[in-house]
Design a protein around this ligand. Structure first.
Ligand SMILES: [Zn+2]
Length: 216
């Protein structure tokens, strides 16, 4: 009983990485290009080689911006009933809420399904553009990337598509509905957003920002 209990090895928090899905803790590792590290419990991608991942995420972000323009301004749906036909875009829908009670709703719709995804794209491109070219990150890269991460739960393009699908089931019985180009643009947008999340290795991006930023 007189044996002294050995001191535990000090934990270097900077070298630990937590799985975003299951909170499993792992030690970090510097991987060469082509290797990937996944969570040993749930298989979530933890570390991806930087050159490849940065470029993929940035290109997907630019794709989001292009699709978003089409998704907002092109006709979304065309409804025909009793010989009458009406086209509507998301932009028309946002403008349709007027008056003191409904105006805040139109601002919210605009923010949640259009402006916040666009702001995230700008922040991600700002963060990754110099990194993809092997240059040091811009001065406010950490602020921009943190903002992109904070805004993620508020980017509700997918929720909008689910809401639209539910509404279409209701309308389908009363009128003939046909989809405009914006509907397909939104569908593609949801897939691209999922791909972007899949390729985005936050740990690698943070590490690149952290190790290249001059400390004061
Ligand atoms: Zn996990």
């Amino acid at each position: 009983m007189s044996d002294a209990i050995p001191e535990p090895e000090p934990l270097i928090l900077d070298r630990l990485i937590a799985c975003p899905q299951c909170d499993g803790l792992h030690r970090d590792a510097d991987l060469s290009n082509g290797l990937r590290a996944r969570c040993h419990r749930c298989g979530t991608l933890l570390i991806a080689p930087r050159a490849e991942a940065f470029l993929q995420v940035m290109m997907l972000s630019v794709t989001v911006a292009i699709l978003m323009v089409g998704a907002v301004f092109f006709p979304f749906l065309s409804v025909q009933a009793a010989g009458l036909s009406h086209d509507g875009s998301v932009f028309d829908a946002v403008r349709a809420f007027s008056g003191p009670i409904l105006a805040p709703l139109s601002v919210m719709v605009l923010f949640l399904i259009v402006l916040i995804p666009i702001l995230r794209v700008i922040a991600i491109v700002y963060t990754l553009w110099p990194l993809t070219r092997g240059q040091p990150p811009y001065r406010h890269a950490a602020v921009a990337f943190r903002a992109a991460e904070r805004l993620r739960p508020w980017s509700m393009t997918e929720i909008f598509m689910i809401g639209t699908a539910v509404a279409l089931v209701k309308i389908g019985g009363m009128a003939t509905v046909s989809f405009g180009p914006a509907f397909w643009a939104f569908g593609a947008l949801v897939i691209v957003l999922v791909l972007e999340d899949t390729f985005m290795c936050k740990w690698t991006i943070w590490k690149a920002i952290d190790t290249s930023t001059p400390r004061s």
